[in-house]
Design a binder for this molecule. Structure first.
Ligand code: NAD
Length: 478
């Protein structure tokens, strides 16, 4: 088993670690159920300190040239790579995910800082055609202001990096509340930025009771933008709070990704990709493939192959190099996942693999495959956020597109086909912010990441991520 140095998480207020006496809550290793540390709960006085720092930090950081902001981000990327193995182990310890996934995530976080370190130089305005001699008409892009960001636990390094990359690249300051389940990983990302030369006032990291923190921060006139990744239910609550102050929002909410597998594919090749994608991070991924619609001509073979691969899928502590799938993040998720399975079974679904928690320490649920699941089952309508794949057959193109689009979610969707025409049609017809055709690879630093419908709005990553942190100003000079 790999070893990890775990130092006690503290608050970071205006870039300064605050180790004062605060009420604390435990942090657990989900692979063992053992406590590994504790995090402090920020008081409202702490949040006031963070807000005042964010205001000062914004005024300072927006005045730094894009070239110099970019240098800080690129240096932070380099530090992340240098510290890579230690940070990957930290993320695997706190979240339970496999160390292999944590290493990939660490590299993605570094890539994101590096890419934004370059791209922030390309925030341009526009010069309009003059309306007379000596006049000048310009459209300027300016940073929106201090951002309140809320990052979940499923990508302990990647989510904080996404929450910080674009705002800092454009000249905003940030107060981030990372998930309380994975505090040390988020602090390590923040530390890389501070060590790279980010002005301290530009960044605060707070923990506490999530609803209390978000309500307090969003009520402050200092905060000009809210960026949240998490469930659609919580996203809607934050949208209402943001509306009170007419604040800009980026909402990366839940998903329920369909996977359309047409009859012309290499079944084994698709299965190899599909099983790995489904059980990545035990299915606790917003773009996790969940509803597999498989052409009836290959359905039985696909279902049998899926179940066979899952039976031997290596499940265990993420810090054990031989494992591919870890536990759920919290014991409260076990009955939730069991509820989805029991409900589907009661409605006639077949359980081809898994279907129960694993009898061992830690919060493990078996990788699970359900087949022939009716649309009325809860799992066909609510985001499971766990290790469950649902398989159903389809016959014709229009019907499967309708099935894929029938939910209010629209984050990711996937399709597998050898037909160029089918691929082109699906690219147009599927209602999702991201569509993978013959691939599950959709997140990359230069591509927009975000959803449509109730999966949210706005993008993180790509130039679109910068745009989401900018306001537009028109200046007319006579
Ligand atoms: P949860 O809704 O309690 O928490 C999810 C995340 O949102 C946590 O990081 C939490 O700190 C934060 N949060 C919750 N209430 C908040 C509030 N009022 N203000 C600010 N932040 C708040 O759920 P959970 O049991 O930890 O996780 C399971 C659910 O979370 C799943 O059903 C899934 O939909 C959702 N989730 C989604 C993503 C995603 O990437 N879209 C990531 C993590 C969790």
């Amino acid at each position: 088993m790999l070893s990890v140095d775990y130092s006690e998480p503290e608050l970071l207020l205006g870039g300064v670690r605050v180790a004062l006496a605060r009420e604390r809550e435990p942090v657990f290793n989900p692979a063992t159920g053992e406590q590994i540390g504790s995090y402090p709960l920020a008081t409202t006085a702490d949040l006031d300190v963070a807000l005042a720092a964010a205001q000062r930090g914004f005024e300072q950081w927006r005045g730094v040239t894009a070239h110099d902001r970019g240098k800080v981000l690129k240096r932070a990327a380099q530090l992340l790579r240098e510290r890579g193995e230690g940070l990957a182990r930290l993320a695997a310890l706190e979240s339970g995910k496999s160390i292999h996934e944590a290493r990939i995530e660490l590299n993605a976080a570094a890539d994101l800082f590096e890419w934004y370190g370059e791209e922030c130089r390309r925030v341009y305005g526009r010069l309009l055609v003059s309306r007379g001699a000596g006049t000048r008409l310009t459209v300027r892009k300016e940073p929106i202001g201090p951002v309140a960001a809320f990052a979940p636990w499923n990508f302990p390094l990647g989510n904080p990096a996404r929450k910080l990359g674009a705002p800092l690249a454009t000249g905003c300051s940030v107060i981030m509340k990372p998930a309380e389940d994975t505090p040390a990983s988020a602090l390590a990302i923040a530390q890389s930025l501070l060590d790279a030369g980010l002005p301290p006032d530009t960044l605060s990291i707070v923990f506490g009771v999530p609803a209390q923190i978000s309500t307090y921060l969003l009520a402050s006139p200092v905060i000009r933008k809210v960026s949240f990744t998490g469930s659609t239910v919580v996203g809607k609550q934050l949208l209402k709070l943001a509306a009170e102050g007419a604040k800009r929002t980026t909402m990366e909410l839940g998903g329920h990704a369909p996977v359309l597998v047409f009859g012309d594919v290499d079944v084994d090749a698709v299965l190899d990709l599909a099983v790995a994608a489904k059980f990545r991070n035990a299915g606790q991924v917003c773009v996790s493939p969940t509803r597999f619609y498989v052409h009836e001509s290959i359905y039985q073979r696909f279902a049998a192959g899926f179940a066979a691969r899952v039976q031997s899928w290596p499940v265990g502590d993420g810090l054990d190099e031989s494992q591919r799938m870890g536990p759920l993040i919290h014991p409260r998720r076990l009955p939730v996942i069991q509820g989805f399975v029991d409900d589907a079974r009661d409605r006639g679904a077949r359980v081809l693999a898994g279907g129960t928690r694993l009898e061992r320490r830690g919060w493990f649920y078996a990788p699970t495959v359900l087949a022939d699941v009716p649309d009325e089952a809860r799992i066909m309508n609510e985001e499971p956020f766990g290790p469950i794949a649902v398989l159903n057959p389809f016959r014709d193109h229009d019907a499967v597109v309708h099935a894929a689009n029938r939910l209010p979610y629209g984050l990711a969707a996937y399709a597998f086909t050898e037909s160029r025409r089918t691929a082109a049609l699906l690219g147009e017809q599927i209602e999702a912010g991201m569509v993978g055709i013959n691939t599950f690879r959709i997140g990359m630093s230069d591509a927009p990441f975000g959803g449509v419908k109730e999966s949210g709005h706005g993008s993180e990553e790509g130039p679109e991520g910068l745009e989401a942190c900018l306001v537009t100003k028109f200046v007319s000079e006579a």
